[in-house]
Design a protein around this ligand. Sequence first.
Ligand SMILES: Cc1cc2nc3c(=O)[nH]c(=O)nc-3n(C[C@H](O)[C@H](O)[C@H](O)COP(=O)(O)O)c2cc1C
Length: 183
Amino acid sequence: MNAAAAHPSVEQKVNKPIETFRLETAPSSRALRDALGAFATGVTVVTARDAGGRAFGLTVNSFNSVSLDPPLVVWSLSLASPNLPAFRACSHYAVNVLALDQAWLSQRFANREDDKFAGLETADGLGGAPLLPGCCACFECANEAQHAGGDHLLLIGRVERFSRFPKEPLVFQGGRYRALRDA
Ligand SMILES: Cc1cc2nc3c(=O)[nH]c(=O)nc-3n(C[C@H](O)[C@H](O)[C@H](O)COP(=O)(O)O)c2cc1C
């Protein structure tokens, strides 16, 4: 095999893109969202309780691990969320990782409903954060740090307690809920 065949050029290696945008010439947030949506994620519901005892939460797929030692995770919250002040102030929150059969919970917590927790049998986690039943995993986090991130607030959580359950995860990709499949 000659050297060129062993080390194909970038042009040969990279697939032809469906579309390409430079943001300064095509500031289409729809196109950017679609491209970002190619990245498959799990789905979580982040929950907490305010000083008055009110439970609140929302569907989040910006969740990710940051560090094992110390154990840190990150997620981002839209600055438009009515729960922004409550998330800034709470001592703890719980990141509930949804299972494959919980797309309905994702939908419920992605809507601005009066009581997203109606009919749910939750347990109180650290800081009173509601733990949802039937999830794949749950990370109970101290509200460690917050950083500006454009139109979102980045929240860094320190994991103080976590649980894992033998359930298949719910996947979100291309704006749809999906199931895992081995590659
Ligand atoms: C799969 C999925 C993932 C989402 N991820 C986030 C996220 O990471 N951060 C965020 O602020 N909103 C995210 N949202 C949108 C919120 O869940 C939605 O705006 C919700 O109404 C916010 O609740 P609130 O208005 O009561 O704060 C996501 C929605 C869906 C369906």
